[in-house]
Design a protein around this ligand. Structure first.
Ligand code: NI
Length: 410
């Protein structure tokens, strides 16, 4: 474990700089596709480190760079990804690195992701003689804002030139304490879609319902019927959610309005349920409205697909993370109903996404993602970097299959 020990020493050495970067990004958060300052720092840093072929301005503010290994070997390419965007939230933390931009905050930890991948880049640049092939580091915009930054970066060709063989990414995790890493093979995070319904009835006097077609009553029937879909029509051993989050109709207590509007979200983990719910929501809404004499406008917008980890790559991450936090520290993640646009990379190439615990109750670092008091224990940055470096070296220096235990850093 000689090299692994050296890696940890190197991480200790760069940690103050990585923490400083994270705090700098935290102080200067930028919303989706506006990560100009952040991207500028990232590109400058990559070039200063001697990273090859640094390309910026991909899908607005995205960046890629290449680290070429000098070992002889099969020469594969592995992609490591960080997201850079912040959220439209007013920070409530009273820390010296609090957001300087009112109403914008790194409340999900993407500041940490960006700082960690810069650290990982530096560590891998110093280890080019330990791997064959190429590490492509990718910093993407707009994870928080569907349709997001991952898809347009893929459309711009980031998985080619050189062709990417596998992709890995991680997320800071305030639901688990520092020292815990979580992931699972197969679907891990949900697909998140939205729907919108406009029910066109016929307005009138509240005392003369027979002259009207009441869109509120029709909408109420539709809401109730939609709640039977997951309960009665989706396989009970599978997970799905249909939530109606908005129901807007009417202005006056004694007037039947012309229209009612419903909006909602659908969460699923596989294409079958996703297709099924999209079709059935429309069928139910149209059928009920038509039967009651109204018309319906239906819009269904697909958001991020389910995040599906490749089983062999999951095992690789699991083994490499166990070297960092111990076998007990690596846990089987529960299914998560939230969505993540790293899913688009995993639709194209095998890979895995994992969670790095960052909660520290003793220091009051317990607030969840997207909360105005979100903050993290920066010790998690070392765990994130070490696991990511291990994964990249293992993938490029050893074998990617679970069967082969000849590890590059053993
Ligand atoms: Ni996030």
């Amino acid at each position: 474990m000689l090299q692994a020990t050296v890696l940890r020493d190197d991480i200790d050495e760069i940690m103050p700089g990585v923490v400083a970067d994270r705090r700098d990004f935290h102080e200067h958060p930028e919303l989706a596709f506006q990560e100009v300052r952040t991207a500028g720092i990232v590109a400058e840093r990559l070039r200063a480190l001697g990273v090859a072929d640094v390309r910026n301005g991909i899908a607005e503010t995205g960046i890629t760079g290449l680290i070429h290994g000098t070992k002889t070997g099969p020469g594969r390419t592995v992609l490591l990804r960080a997201d850079m965007d912040a959220l439209p939230i007013l920070e409530e933390n009273d820390v010296e690195y609090r957001s300087q931009t009112p109403g914008v905050m790194h409340a999900c930890g993407h500041d940490a992701h960006t700082a960690m991948l810069l650290g990982v880049t530096r560590l891998l640049m110093d280890r080019r003689d330990e791997f064959a092939g190429t590490v492509k580091v990718l910093f993407q915009p707009a994870e928080e804002s569907p349709p997001g930054g991952a898809k347009p970066m893929i459309d711009a060709g980031v998985l080619t030139d050189p062709k990417v063989d596998a992709a890995f990414g991680l997320h800071i995790d305030q639901d688990n304490p520092v020292g815990v890493v979580e992931l699972r093979p197969g679907p891990m995070m949900a697909a998140a879609d939205r729907f919108h319904l406009v029910i066109r009835g016929k307005g009138g006097h509240g005392a003369k319902p027979h002259d009207s077609i009441d869109p509120i009553v029709i909408g109420a029937q539709i809401v109730t019927a939609l709640q039977t879909l997951v309960a009665r029509a989706v396989d009970p051993t599978q997970e799905a959610v249909v939530t109606v989050g908005t129901f807007k109709a009417g202005e006056a207590f004694n007037v039947i309005p012309d229209t009612a509007e419903l909006g909602g979200t659908v969460r699923t983990f596989n294409a079958k349920n996703r297709d099924f719910l999209e079709a059935r929501i429309e069928t139910l809404a149209r059928g009920i409205a038509t039967a009651m004499g109204a018309a319906v406008e239906f819009t269904y917008t697909r958001g991020y697909p389910a995040t599906v980890n490749d089983p062999a790559m999951t095992e690789l991450v699991r083994e490499e993370a166990a070297k960092v936090v111990g076998a007990d520290g690596v846990r089987h993640a529960p299914l998560m109903m939230g969505a993540e646009d790293f899913s688009y990379f995993l639709q194209e190439v095998p890979g895995a996404f994992w969670f790095v615990g960052s909660q520290n109750p003793e220091r009051g670092l317990v607030w969840g993602h997207h909360h105005p008091r979100f903050d993290l224990d920066e010790a998690a940055l070392a765990i994130g970097m070490e696991s990511m470096v291990n994964v990249a070296l293992r993938y490029l220096g050893g074998e990617s299959t679970v069967e082969s235990r000849q590890l590059a850093i053993d």
